[in-house]
Design a protein around this ligand. Structure first.
Ligand code: ADP
Ligand code: F6P
Length: 461
């Protein structure tokens, strides 16, 4: 078996990720992938130093995590220009259809290019001739070109964990051609959903003047490559096992006791403006307004750990949510009932699985999202004899697969509030029917299928 070299911006501290909860779909999926196939994970350590050591840090495989990790640090200037500046204030909003939030500075692009080139120069000496190189996400879009310029002949794959927006939106980014020309040095480019692939095809045909042939073969910028859809997923049976076990744990008992028989609705997201959290809070407020019988009977638990806290747009959404949650609790709370519990901490995966199992309804309502693994985790965590209901945004990648969820447009918060009411009053028979269909879909397209099909397509050429 050929070695897989995974390269991503963030390398989750392995033990921490396993025990305390890795927040972010990329970290969760890569950990599952590398546990199933030994390899190497290369990327940023998460540390920022004025004078970083110029040799990457190597951590050897352990029994629990049978893969090598090699990490590099960033300087404060790199962290600010490459990660916060270009990746999070320019690319992230564009990829999520929010060009209005883009804060463009050409200096950030230069830093982004420099950091991509540094990653590549530190990676190249570690490569073996028949390694498969798998690059992840929008932080590393210049790396394919740099790898080829360094003479790397290995097969290179790239997977985008975010949406790929419509060609018109992507073209609002001043560097759109450089980024896509670099990506075309890959042998394979993977997207989360058919919508993303369609937008990319449109870009290649109409912006890049390239061609899209049968069998997902592309030609553009003088290169030939393939692009396909590989919907990322989870290991449903292991998540279900964790949920069963965790439902007997101390923390699950504490949660149950604190609810005092009330139905639990849950949302679990990194605190990001793409996740539709204000609209979600408004839909809960609508539910309490329009259907007062739910007052005292329902508790909404929103778990949203802080993410990218130095970025101004994230500070803004944070204060907006604090205001909204205060208002909702101020309006409806009683001495013995807090309608909205809003927590800004990550949970260990096992604890999270138990919380999801205990929730009558999960509300997964991003304004745009690559996949949204939480939707799949919620389904996997359910008790087959008494499953809960998933309320899912049509703009989450998962909506292409989980068609039996209650699908909503999160921008219409009143309508989402109506879906919450429907979810709360759904019969056991309908809940079971919808849940089994979704669980079957997740079993058919699990994390192993994702990994194997990407790697097979990358090897196939
Ligand atoms: P994104 O990659 O944009 O953060 P996803 O929903 O695809 O979105 O992935 C998020 C991953 O992080 C999921 O596996 C989820 O369980 C995990 N996660 C998110 N929030 C928390 C939290 N508060 N505690 C533990 N895990 C979390
Ligand atoms: O899945 C999208 C993503 O941007 C990943 O690339 C990333 O690891 C995750 O969200 C969390 O974001 P960050 O690494 O910026 O904390």
């Amino acid at each position: 078996m050929r070695r897989i070299v995974i390269v991503s911006n963030r390398v989750a501290p392995v033990n921490e990720a396993a025990s305390k909860g890795a927040t972010g779909g990329l970290a969760v999926a890569i950990l599952e992938t590398l546990r199933e196939s030994n390899g190497l994970w290369f990327g940023w350590s998460g540390n920022v130093h004025e004078a970083p050591v110029d040799t990457p840090k190597h951590s050897a495989p352990t029994q629990a995590n049978p893969f090598d990790t090699v990490t590099v640090d960033l300087t404060p200037a790199e962290h600010s220009g490459y990660y916060n500046g270009y990746a999070n204030r320019i690319l992230w909003p564009i990829l999520h259809y929010r060009s209005d939030l883009m804060e463009y500075h050409s200096e950030h692009f230069r830093t982004y290019q420099r950091v991509n080139a540094n990653f590549v120069s530190q990676l190249v000496p570690l490569l073996r001739e028949d390694d498969l190189i798998w690059l992840h996400d929008y932080h590393l879009m210049m790396a394919p070109r740099d790898l080829r310029q360094a003479g790397v002949k290995n097969r290179i794959g790239f997977f985008l964990h975010t949406p790929f927006p419509s060609a018109d939106v992507f073209a609002t980014l001043p560097n759109h051609r450089e980024l896509i020309a670099s990506l075309c040095h890959c042998d394979l480019i993977g997207f989360q959903s058919p919508t993303d692939l369609r937008s990319f095809e449109d870009y290649i045909t109409h912006e890049a003047g390239g061609q899209v042939h049968a069998n997902e073969e592309f030609e553009a910028f003088g290169r030939q490559f393939r692009a396909q859809v590989f919907p990322i997923s989870i290991d449903p049976d292991s998540f279900a096992g964790a949920a069963r076990e965790s439902s007997r744990s101390n923390i699950a008992n504490r949660l149950r006791e604190s609810l005092d028989g009330r139905a639990l609705m849950v949302g679990v997201d990194r605190l990001d403006y793409s996740k539709g959290l204000p609209e979600r809070f408004l839909s809960f407020e609508h539910l309490l307004d329009r259907y007062p019988e739910n007052r005292r009977r329902v508790t909404f638990l929103q778990i949203a750990p802080y993410s990218r806290s130095e970025v101004p747009e994230y500070k803004l959404i944070r204060s907006r949510l604090e205001g909204l949650s205060g208002r909702i609790n101020g309006r409806f709370a009683e001495v013995d009932w807090t309608p909205l519990r809003y927590i800004n901490r990550g949970l260990a995966r096992k604890t999270l699985a138990g919380v999801l199992r205990h929730s009558r309804v999960a509300v997964v309502t991003p304004l745009r999202d690559g996949m949204n693994l939480v939707a799949k985790e919620y389904i996997a965590a359910q008790d087959p004899e008494d499953p809960g209901v998933l309320v899912l945004s049509r703009f989450a990648g998962a909506a292409h697969e989980l068609k039996e969820a209650l699908i909503v447009n999160p921008l219409d918060y009143e309508n989402t509030g109506e879906a919450l009411q429907r979810a709360l009053s759904m019969s056991l028979e309908e809940r079971k029917e919808r849940w089994s269909a979704m669980m079957e879909t997740i079993r058919q397209q699990d994390i192993t299928t994702w990994r194997k099909s990407f790697i097979a397509a990358l090897e196939a050429g």
